[in-house]
Structure formats: structure tokens, C-alpha cells
Design a binder for this molecule. Structure first.
Ligand SMILES: Cc1cc2nc3c(=O)[nH]c(=O)nc-3n(C[C@H](O)[C@H](O)[C@H](O)COP(=O)(O)OP(=O)(O)OC[C@H]3O[C@@H](n4cnc5c(N)ncnc54)[C@H](O)[C@@H]3O)c2cc1C
Length: 313
């Protein structure tokens, strides 16, 4: 018992109105369908419940946040501590004014795009192409097809590690290409988005076009995590693109076990069914090495990797 690392049962969990689930297989909650278990997943009943939980939880308990799991690779050894997952209570999209909408952090991006289209509001069509939830979009400054979260975000509400409700402007979050510069722990709970009046037919046509383009160019029916690496040139359209560097390094289709760089979009990793998180991470690191050798460019992971490596790694 001496020098044993603290474990979940050593920490009392606050009494909440929401739900705790123990030993949760995180593979079921992430697009890659890999990874170990979480000690505890907490689903708060509402923002007040989340606030109470955070204010009462001992500071040393490790915390993670998971939304739709479309940008997260959970390692095989799983996640110690508590994973916060917002549920239906945070899933509403509703009007804030004639041209603005509130979206709960657990609502899927596509729900916001559809709600805007229903109100003949333009500017949020790009969310049709991103399979995550609003909390993940704010954390990643998600974007596609010429739009990104920082272009349309007006304000964000969240709860900090001490359980205090906080309000942020986009400037507070220092959003840049696939990056949120706000380093303190915060659970985003809802956000307000701005749009402009438009023609409903045109908006719906743009969304259909985005959807068709995605089906053509991305392996969206596979177990994937979207773009594995950030473009080294950031948002600059003239800058180096990760997929081009990967292609030039000969890594399109590269395989480690059942993990493969997609033939269709070579910056996407795919789990063909039996890949472990270690296979996927090893594949990614091999690609980084090949790209560094052939082009001198350093690729940085866009996918968030969480948890312990596990015994086999
Ligand atoms: C097929 C496919 C296509 C994709 N295409 C695109 C694309 O075109 N553009 C793009 O930008 N991305 C794309 N992605 C990646 C992914 O969808 C986005 O990054 C998305 O915004 C992540 O959202 P999520 O809800 O799945 O986040 P998760 O993967 O669950 O989490 C991602 C990060 O956000 C944090 N987070 C989640 N919710 C909260 C919250 N409430 N408060 C604080 N932090 C939070 C998590 O802790 C984690 O660090 C794609 C992914 C796939 C699988």
C-alpha cells in the first residue's frame, strides 16, 4: 500500500443531480472506436449541477472533457479520474435575437447549421461538414469550407475548475487555426453565434453541396478522427498542407496493423476494425518521421490524445 498512486475510490464524489457511470468503455464514445475505460463518466443535470460538482470535487482528481469524440484518440490504458460528458440538457439550439442563436455545448454542429437555415440565417453553413459538438468546436476552433468558429462566435459561457460560471468573448479565448489559447480548465456550456439574413434555398443548397463534397473527399463512414495533423501553414491557403506533405512522403495508405492513413484523404487515419490506440498513435508518429525526413516540416497532431498508454505499449 505504500507509495500507491491515488485511485478513484480514494476520492469522494460530490452528491449531484446528474449521473455517474463507473468503468465506462470510452471506445463506445469516440469515432475511432478504440481506447480503454474511464474510471468515471459524469453527466451533469444542468450548468448549476456541473458548477456544484466542480466546486466540491477534490482538486487532485484528474478531469477530462469529451463531447462527440470526433477529434479524440483515447489510449489503450484508459483515463484515470473523471470524464465530463454533457448530455441532452446542454443540447438545445434556440434564437438569441433576429440574427443570433444560442447553442448548447452538447448540440451537434449540424444542428446549429440546420437551425440557422430554418431561420433563413447564413454564415453557419460550414458546420454542416463538421461531425462534432459545439463544445468541441469552441475548444478546437473548428472550421471547414472557408468558415471557422472564431468568425461566428459572439460569446461563450462555461464553468471553471472552482465551479464558477464564466463568460468569455472570442478574444478571451485567443482562437486561431484549430487552436484555443485559453489554457485554464473550463467546461463550455453554451455559446451565442452571429449570422446574417439570407435566402433559405441558397443556404440549404450550400449545405447540400458541403455534404456532397465531404462524402466525395473524406472517409466519413469510417472509424476516423478527421484531420490527424494541423496544416503547418495554418489557415494560410498558400502555406504547406499536411496532406500534401504526407503524400509526398509516400505515406498515403501506410499501415500499422489495422490502422491506416486513408487512401481517400491521406491526412485521415482509419481504424479498419481491430486497430488499437497504440497502432494508430504509432502510425501517426511514423508519418511525422517520414514527413520530417522528406520535407523538413514538423507535423503537429490536431487529434487530441488522452489517457494512459497501457501495458502493451
Ligand atoms: C469525418 C470527420 C471529419 C472532420 N472534419 C473536420 C473539419 O472539416 N473541420 C474541423 O475543424 N474538424 C473536423 N473534424 C474534427 C472534429 O469533428 C472537430 O475537431 C470537432 O470540433 C470536435 O468536436 P467533438 O465534439 O467531437 O470534440 P471531442 O473530440 O469530444 O473533443 C475535442 C476537444 O474538445 C474538448 N471539449 C469538448 N467539449 C468541450 C466543452 N464542452 N468544454 C471544453 N472543452 C471541450 C475536449 O476536451 C477535447 O480536447 C472531423 C472529424 C471527423 C471524424
Amino acid at each position: 500500500m505504500q507509495n500507491r498512486a491515488p485511485q478513484m475510490q480514494d476520492w469522494p464524489l460530490p452528491k449531484v443531480r446528474g449521473k455517474y457511470v463507473h468503468d465506462v468503455a470510452l471506445a463506445d464514445l469516440c469515432w475511432f472506436r478504440v481506447g480503454g475505460t474511464a474510471d468515471v463518466v459524469f453527466m451533469p443535470a444542468d450548468a448549476q449541477d456541473l458548477s456544484h460538482f466542480l466546486s466540491e470535487l477534490p482538486q487532485e482528481v484528474p478531469l477530462h472533457i469529451l463531447a462527440a469524440g470526433s477529434n479524440t484518440l483515447v489510449r489503450d490504458g484508459g483515463v484515470r479520474g473523471v470524464v465530463i460528458r454533457l448530455g441532452a440538457a446542454f443540447g438545445q439550439v434556440e434564437p438569441a435575437s433576429e440574427t443570433q442563436l444560442w447553442a448548447g455545448a452538447a448540440s451537434l454542429d449540424v444542428k446549429l447549421a440546420r437551425a440557422a437555415a430554418d431561420s433563413s440565417l447564413s454564415g453557419l453553413e460550414f458546420y454542416r461538414g463538421i461531425p462534432g459538438a459545439i463544445g468541441g468546436a469552441i475548444a478546437m476552433n473548428a472550421g471547414a469550407y472557408g468558415g471557422e468558429t472564431s468568425d461566428v462566435l459572439v460569446e461563450v459561457e462555461g464553468v471553471d475548475r472552482a465551479g464558477q460560471l464564466q463568460v468569455f468573448s472570442p478574444a478571451d479565448l485567443q482562437l486561431s487555426y484549430r487552436h484555443n489559447g485559453h489554457t485554464d480548465f473550463i467546461v463550455y456550456t453554451r455559446a451565442r453565434f452571429a449570422a446574417t439574413p439570407g435566402d433559405k434555398k441558397t443556404i440549404l443548397a450550400a449545405m447540400d453541396e458541403i455534404s456532397a463534397k465531404r462524402e466525395e473527399t473524406q472517409p466519413i463512414k469510417s472509424r476516423t478522427g478527421g484531420s490527424t495533423f494541423k496544416n503547418p501553414g495554418g489557415a494560410n491557403p498558400q502555406g504547406p498542407k499536411a496532406w500534401k506533405l504526407i503524400d509526398a512522403a509516400g505515406a498515403r495508405g501506410l499501415r500499422v496493423g489495422d490502422a491506416q492513413m486513408s487512401e481517400l484523404h491521406c491526412n485521415f487515419m482509419i481504424n479498419h476494425g481491430r486497430a488499437s490506440a497504440a497502432d494508430l498513435e504509432t502510425l501517426g508518429e511514423q508519418v511525422r518521421t517520414l514527413v520530417a525526413k522528406t520535407s523538413g516540416e514538423t507535423l503537429h497532431w490536431e487529434i487530441k490524445r488522452i489517457g494512459d498508454r497501457g501495458a502493451g505499449a
